[in-house]
Design a protein. Sequence first.
Length: 372
Amino acid sequence: MDRLADNTNVPAAWFLVGATAVGKTAVAQHLAERTGAAILSADAMLVYRGMDIGTAKPAAAERGQVRYFGLDMADPDEPFSAGVWLHRVRAEWMASRDLPCLPAGSPAGSGLLVAGGTGLYVRALTQGLDVPAADPARRSYWQERLAREGLPALWHELIARVPQAGNLLADPENPRRVIRALEHFDSHGALPAGWRTVPRPRLVGLHLPRVSLHARILARVERMFGDGLIEEVQSLRARFPAWGRQSHTSGSVRTVAQPAAPGKSGVGADDIVSGDGRPAQAGSCEGLACTACQAIGYAEVCDLLDNRISREQAIAQIAARTRQLAKRQETWFRHQAEVTWIEITPEEPVADMAARVLAAWSEHGPTPIRLS
RNA sequence: GGCGAGGUAGCUCAGUUGGUAGAGCAGCGGACUGAAAAUCCGCGUGUCGUGGGUUCAAUUCCCACCCUUGCCA
């Protein structure tokens, strides 16, 4: 292959990670415009066409200045996954002969700049994914059995096949992981041993104090409504009628305005909760790829459009879910990667942040990526 | 102004037949290899409105006051 860092013979890229709403996009854009680098978005929601406002996708003006990868790769009703993302991104990259190679030593030259907050996508890019996908039919088979028989039954099935699954699986109480392991076994006859022993890539990240980040998140949510988030969801629903036919906001989180506390002897409390009309099986979207319609902002606006919640509730819930996402992202990068954090403040000019990011990149060098 | 209801965790509320309290949400921490903006796990000390009184002991009973709210004026 010919996408090589000049001296090292290893493909690599400059990574900028961090929680949602810290300002990765602005800094990446700033740097790309000045270096001629292309930007690869490592974000699981920016891949969907038509979902622009709610995902804070870089605007057309910005995209005209810089070559972007990883945006608008699929329609919201297409099944998508980290694996699809990785294959497509690799293919696009290999096909782009005109893209500049990474400069040796100096990040002030051009190259590939990866910006995003989806840890799994970053990992896929730096480590690759182990084996081809499993058969989707197997997934639905196990999903049905989970619904019918419960998690312990699936766990027994898994242990029967892979006695040491307890050590291979990080989180046996997580139905998705158990199902994933089962479908993986069905397709490949074994579980990959490397699931829990991944090297941590060295990255550069932006970090804001929690309070500042929360303030930014709320401001951004309100701006999204001003920018036409509701209209965007309406047009998506016009294109995909199954979208938002029922509440997508699942029960675990999200009900900011709780009707009444279900006390031990709380007569009527349960009635109020269930009467509120949210059966809320997360992501039951009748044929639609659920990922997109579960997306933060989109699920809540559907509830708003169907009069299940008020505008104020929608804003509060979107902000809360975004905060929770941001925390999970921080946790991921804190522990799953070796990140050099650039501590920023809300007032700091983008150019200053960019300069500090550049300095960190210079110091540590680019992060190797796997193109095959 | 009169009568009623209420003031308990950041929010919405339980509860204590007197022995200083607990749920949901929020928040915090953690996990994470093809659904990842997903999914899953863990974490509950707060002047129980204020000041008095009764009591071995009051957040719980009594009195006063303050605040909120509903109805009547």
